[in-house]
Design a protein around this ligand. Sequence first.
Ligand code: HAS
Length: 582
Amino acid sequence: MQISKSLRRLIYWELGIPLALLSIGIYHGLMQTIYRSGVIHQSNFAHLDYYQGLTLHGVINAVVLTTFFAVAFGHATITFYLKKEPNKIVAWTSFWLMTIGTGLAAWAMLSGKASVLYTFYPPLKGHPFFYLGAALLIVGSWLPLFDWARMYVQWKKVNAEVKTPLAVLGTLVNFTIWFVCTLAVAYEVLVLLLPWAMGWTPTVNVTLARTLFWFFGHALVYFWLLPAYIMFYTMLPKLAGGKLFSDLAGRIALFLFLLFSVPVGVHHQFSDPSISKGIKLFQGLLTFGVAIPSFITAFTLAASLEYAGRKRGAKSLLGFFGKLPYLDPNRFLFAYLIAGLFLFIFGGLTGLVNASGQLNNVVHNTAWLPGHFHMTVAGPVFLAIIGMSTYLYSKTSGKRIFLPKVNVIIPYLWVIGILIFSTGMSWGGLIGEPRRTNLGLTYLNPKDPLFTPEWVPTTMLALAGGIIMFITGVLFFIVFFGTMLRKRVQEPILELPVSEVLHDEKRIPLFDQFKPWLVTMGLILVLAYTPALINAVKNTGPGAPRFTPDNPVPVTTENSVGKTVKNGSVNTSEITGKLVKK
Ligand code: HAS
């Protein structure tokens, strides 16, 4: 379909700005693997500090890119399926709020005043602009939801008996999850952190801040994931040359995400002493609940791929895998989506390990975690984002893809990089390698008493994977920005691949309306979070020892005989020996 110039421009900016910033994000990803592997023994490189780089890496890649993309993709799906453009004033206001917010936070991070990582846990304190920027980015991303909801209600009035298109349902579910979960982080930022950063309040309840953050934080990962799921359900079967096995399966999966995405945040706090066991158990069980829609997706997509493979001539049991268009430059989006799905098998399995309370004790805060989330957010999510960005840009600009044969191998190179990287991180995590630590300063510095040679092979593997990922990232930039620089050769249109459905079940009202699901979502949230928040307010905890960025040993800690000592005033290996073993 034809779309207005204003909407086209909006989509270009919403894709282009975060992708340009991604160059900083990817550079710092490579630097992480270099610092961690002990190739350099420095706390900073090129005037950018380790934690500053890690903050830029996490915030740009996981928050800015994903949020801008979700909004741009939402505009595209809603416009395409409802055949109507969103309100331009709302859409552009949202864009400017997100852009100004990103600018403020970027300034704070680049000037070294907010090296607080993407989780910004207190007592780490950032510049007020960092928190203000985060709040503006979030509020900006809320606005389109209200406009899309208005468009949907209008559409439904005319099409009461027609099933809501799956992509529209997915977009509305996703932004509803986003709206609900960001209420908590907006409270954390505006009521707890910003006044504290401004010096108006002397202290902050760390446990409450963490609990509010994780109310948001795990739903955030599904906000990242659902645009990819929309592509898997509505586009992948078509790109594979087949049909979606079941439309109802997609609807059930999406509504289950609405129920279970938010009330699981406490699984990030299994080790927080302030939260009681019962609530950890309850949210742990709900976490297994949130894996169900992904299992439904795995089987539905496998059946859809099988159908496509058989249509293309496959005969044997698993022969259909060999008949799919993996390297077809004209269907490059298939390559991006299937590569992401493949990674998600491992991302999902490692997630289930994290969710199991006892296993979590082994992996929490170790390198295992980045191993897990690079096979999820840097797997299916990232590949769907960059693949769809190239696709949307090329279609809506009428330009041909630059280097199409390179474009189609990018996702596979990325898979190789991630698999090597995540193997190194996961293996390292299992033998105690901590996350978020500049290992090159201590643990991987042969001159340091903390030197831990077992982590040399694991961090070297992660480095090798990091280098491959970095090179792949550069290839992506060449393809995407190379496409931008080309001349228009076709009529610019908004066109998305649309999968037909093999089993198009008749419309079941329950799976075509939001009210019952929203009410159930509210109930589960109250049950899951009231006790957790009461715990957080009541049990603020005894406080934690202080750390400096260059040493994993607390500045002040208790020695083996229970005396408080200062780091450096005792034999540190005595204390750290215990920490390392733990
Ligand atoms: Fe997670 C921590 C549990 C999914 C991201 N997760 C994180 C963090 C991030 C993250 C960023 O319970 C770190 C946060 C931090 O900084 O501290 N996660 C889970 C569970 C799932 C899960 C149970 N996570 C995700 C997704 C993410 C993501 C999705 C990003 C997009 N995660 C945890 C837990 C922690 C955690 C704990 C906290 C740990 C701690 O101690 O701190 C589930 O949703 C996973 C379900 C997925 C599946 C896989 C289904 C497979 C599919 C593929 C089929 C493939 C086909 C194609 C058909 C069951 C759909 C085949 C094709 C071929 C060619 C073979």
